[in-house]
Design a binder for this molecule. Structure first.
Ligand SMILES: NC(=O)c1ccc[n+]([C@@H]2O[C@H](COP(=O)([O-])OP(=O)(O)OC[C@H]3O[C@@H](n4cnc5c(N)ncnc54)[C@H](OP(=O)(O)O)[C@@H]3O)[C@@H](O)[C@H]2O)c1
Length: 188
């Protein structure tokens, strides 16, 4: 809260218009919302078809925040330290590939379209001009059908790709501790 209060001061001083959070969990957000004077405008969180985070997504939206989705195409270029053998690849999912073939686009573009239609702001990274343009075109061209949106909602694999192993600092901690999976804040 000390950090959040400093961020609120930035709004008071007119230095920024909006402040937001990243990688929060429902129990942490509940505490922040309880004590904040200025609510977060956004919560940045991992969101792609294989990690849809329905509970957190709904919590964020129902509290007037906008979900910003990172790794929206499954972060194919992430470093080795962020990979585990269990990780899945949303752009290789048969449902995503079939829709991409129907539209004649890369599966990444289907992930971006799904994200925007679902109500999150995807932040795809690209250093490739063609990919960049097709991601932008994807959100202003023919939308996915309702049936396709429903089908994508069924392919969630609860597969968190950015687990946060690099943020562990104590013996015996696991990355699961970072994400309050029990619904309670894991003791520090
Ligand atoms: N808040 C956090 O904790 C957090 C954590 C992780 C990431 N992030 C942020 O989220 C953003 C995205 O994350 P990310 O880069 O890991 O994942 P991402 O956007 O899911 O994946 C980026 C990769 O997808 C490829 N790509 C993008 N559009 C494509 C297209 N249309 N066709 C084919 N390939 C495409 C890119 O390759 P090309 O360059 O070849 O197009 C790049 O390798 C970054 O800005 C990152 O900083 C935030």
């Amino acid at each position: 809260m000390r950090t959040w209060q400093k961020m609120e001061e930035l709004v008071d001083r007119g230095l920024v218009r909006h402040i937001g959070t990243s990688n929060m969990t429902v129990p942490k957000l509940k505490l922040l919302l309880r004590d904040a004077r200025i609510k977060p405008a956004v919560n940045e969180m991992e969101l792609h078809p294989h990690f849809q985070q329905a509970q957190l997504f709904d919590f964020v939206r129902s509290n007037g925040m906008v979900p910003v989705g990172y790794c929206p195409v499954g972060s194919p270029g992430r470093p080795e330290r962020d990979r585990t053998p269990e990780d899945t690849v949303p752009t290789q999912d048969p449902v995503i590939v079939r829709i991409a073939n129907r539209l004649g686009v890369h599966p990444a573009v289907v992930c971006i379209k799904w994200a925007v239609q679902r109500g999150q702001i995807p932040i795809p990274f690209s250093t490739n001009r063609g990919h960049y343009l097709s991601n932008l075109e994807g959100v202003v061209s023919e939308p996915l059908t309702d049936a396709e949106m429903r089908e994508i909602s069924t392919i969630d694999r609860n597969c968190r790709l950015i687990k946060g192993q690099v943020f562990l600092w104590k013996d015996g901690q696991t990355w699961e501790d970072l994400w309050d999976l029990s619904g309670e804040i894991t003791p520090p």
